[in-house]
Design a protein around this ligand. Structure first.
Ligand code: GTP
Ligand code: MG
Length: 195
């Protein structure tokens, strides 16, 4: 699958107010600062499409990008960002849950995990919630350029072992780097199977 056109299609705070044109959606979620917006830009070959920041908590809305006029990539706010008020955190949590549970067009959710550390408790809790709600998902290990190839492989194996304690069958998994473009073809080909 090749992306020939990627355009911003709108921001929303609830699934009910997302762009009215219904098309298949592939959404990106994960801890704040894990690299969701950067990965979307890398996949689209446009570093200015989704706003990124070295400070966590950059994406605060549900952002739809229309791809090849046929499907959407959806950039979601991150979870687990500590430095905001309790009220704001609860608001973001509700926004994320509402989108995930009420978006009939969402085909698949990519859960991004930082490849530099063991998968964290908050990620495991989030993934458990997906299982309970029957939400199809895949995992992408981000920032792969920050580790050597062997260290990256070892980390993914470690995370697989952690996930296997809870899951009989593991989800599809990818490693990516917004810096080098690693993972681009695999992720886009995977999406291509659905549309
Ligand atoms: P929020 O919107 O705040 O939840 O963050 P996000 O998950 O969208 O992360 P974002 O894409 O804004 O990236 C966060 C920081 O990580 C930025 O400084 C990026 O440049 C950096 N970053 C993201 N992906 C990569 C990557 O693959 N490699 C490296 N080296 N840095 C990355
Ligand atoms: Mg973001």
């Amino acid at each position: 699958m090749r992306i020939t056109e990627a355009k911003f299609a709108g921001s929303s705070v609830r699934a009910a107010s997302k762009p009215s044109r219904k098309l298949p959606e592939f959404a990106f979620i994960g801890r704040s600062n894990v690299g969701k917006s950067s990965l979307i830009n890398m996949l689209c070959g446009n570093s200015r499409l989704a706003k990124t920041s070295s400070t966590p908590g950059k994406t605060k809305l549900i952002n739809h990008f229309i791809i090849n006029d046929r499907w959407y990539l959806v950039d979601l706010p991150g979870y687990g960002f500590a430095k905001i008020s309790k009220k704001e955190r609860e608001e973001l949590r509700m926004m994320i849950n509402d989108y995930i549970q009420n978006s009939d067009e969402m085909v698949l959710l990519f859960v991004l995990v930082d490849s530099r550390h063991d998968i964290q408790k908050i990620d495991l809790e989030f993934i458990t919630g997906l299982g309970e709600n029957g939400i199809p998902f895949a995992i992408i290990f981000t920032k792969g350029d920050k580790l050597g190839p062997n260290a990256l492989k070892a980390q993914i194996e470690r995370d697989k072992a952690i996930l296997s304690e809870q899951w009989e069958e593991l989800p599809p998994m990818f490693a990516s780097s917004a810096e080098t473009g690693a993972g681009k073809e695999e992720i886009l080909d995977f999406i291509g199977q659905y549309i």
